[in-house]
Design a protein around this ligand. Structure first.
Ligand SMILES: C[S@@+](CC[C@H](N)C(=O)[O-])C[C@H]1O[C@@H](n2cnc3c(N)ncnc32)[C@H](O)[C@@H]1O
Length: 305
């Protein structure tokens, strides 16, 4: 047994260490379990090293990833992630129309995992036939499962093993959930920089607060079965970027766009707000977007820079 949940806020999540993928060729390089354990130990992450020692052999890792993402899907169901994204995306699509964007709107989910968000939007988003929903992920096992669920559910959306930023037909709008905190330092700015060509982006991630790490630890230990989900889920809340950091990175990387936080005050009990959003809008979109958002626009208020 490990001696207490020692996590290093700047240390990596285990899932990030387990996949070594070239973003250009999408070639997956083999990862040795011993190297993962050694890296976690070197970073003072006793809990993580203990979890990594118990990982299955290499051939089983893809199946483990599918189970971990299924646990994450249950979390997103509880956190109403689909509803949250639709509440922002539907007004955004209307704003695009109002500002003269005709034809198809291509919405690309960056790092879609099992495609929960895209499948939710396809089933219940009511975004219209002219909105194309595409989920991209480097991980073929996750995309394979997403595609299987799409077929079973008979949904009008697509999934692709691809770098979301090098698609032949680029996105009109980039979206994501639970992805931003995986990008640290200069790679966060680089993530935003690659979205310069889009009309807009809407990224949702965990909202950091003094209660989030404890809440996340309790929640993940109570609700998740895989030790790696418990560890990485807890660490996600510790590593979540503060809104100001997201704003600074996005504004610096995409100066042409107006960048806003979707957040708002929650008083003394931050557990009432678990997620925040960072939204980028091409010139001319802000006015129509705010109008279409209606009362929800109040949650953009505190962040106007
Ligand atoms: C923590 S998972 C998030 C899964 C999913 N969004 C969810 O909420 O369940 C992050 C995923 O992002 C993927 N990823 C990161 N950058 C990407 C990119 N540029 N294009 C496609 N996938 C990317 C990784 O392969 C990884 O599976």
């Amino acid at each position: 047994m490990h001696r207490g949940p020692a996590v290093n806020p700047e240390g990596p999540e285990i899932t990030d260490l387990l996949i070594d993928m070239d973003p250009r060729s999408l070639e997956r390089r083999p990862v040795q379990k011993g190297a993962v354990v050694a890296e976690l130990e070197a970073q003072g992450m006793r809990w993580g090293a203990w979890v990594a020692r118990g990982l299955p052999e290499r051939g089983e890792i893809d199946r483990l990833f599918v189970r971990v993402h299924a646990e994450m899907q249950r979390l997103w169901e509880e956190f109403l992630q689909g509803e949250r994204m639709r509440a922002l995306l539907a007004p955004l699509v209307k704003a695009l129309r109002a500002s003269g964007h005709g034809g198809r709107v291509r919405v690309v989910d960056v790092g879609c995992g099992l495609g929960y968000l895209v499948r939710w939007l396809a089933a219940r988003g009511e975004l219209g036939a002219e909105v194309e929903l595409l989920g991209c992920d480097y991980n073929g096992a996750l995309i394979g499962a997403a595609e299987r669920y799409r077929r079973e559910e008979g949904l009008r959306c697509g999934f692709r093993v691809a770098n979301a930023f090098t698609l032949e037909e680029p996105a009109t709008v980039y979206i994501s959930t639970g992805v931003l905190h995986h990008f640290r330092g200069p790679s966060l700015a680089e993530l935003f920089r690659q979205q310069r060509g889009a009309q807009a982006f809407v990224h949702l991630d965990i909202k950091p607060s003094y209660l989030a790490p404890l809440g996340s630890l309790l929640f993940h230990v109570a609700r998740m079965r895989e030790p790696i989900s418990q560890h990485d889920g807890t660490l996600s809340a510790v590593r979540a970027h503060p809104g100001e950091r997201l704003l600074e990175a996005a504004r610096g990387a995409v100066p042409s766009h107006e960048v806003l936080l979707f957040d708002g005050e929650v008083g003394r009990l931050p557990i009432l707000r678990t997620m925040l959003g960072v939204i980028g809008l091409a010139p001319g979109l802000r006015g129509p977007f705010v109008r279409e958002l209606g009362p929800l626009a109040g949650r953009l208020g505190a962040t106007q820079g």
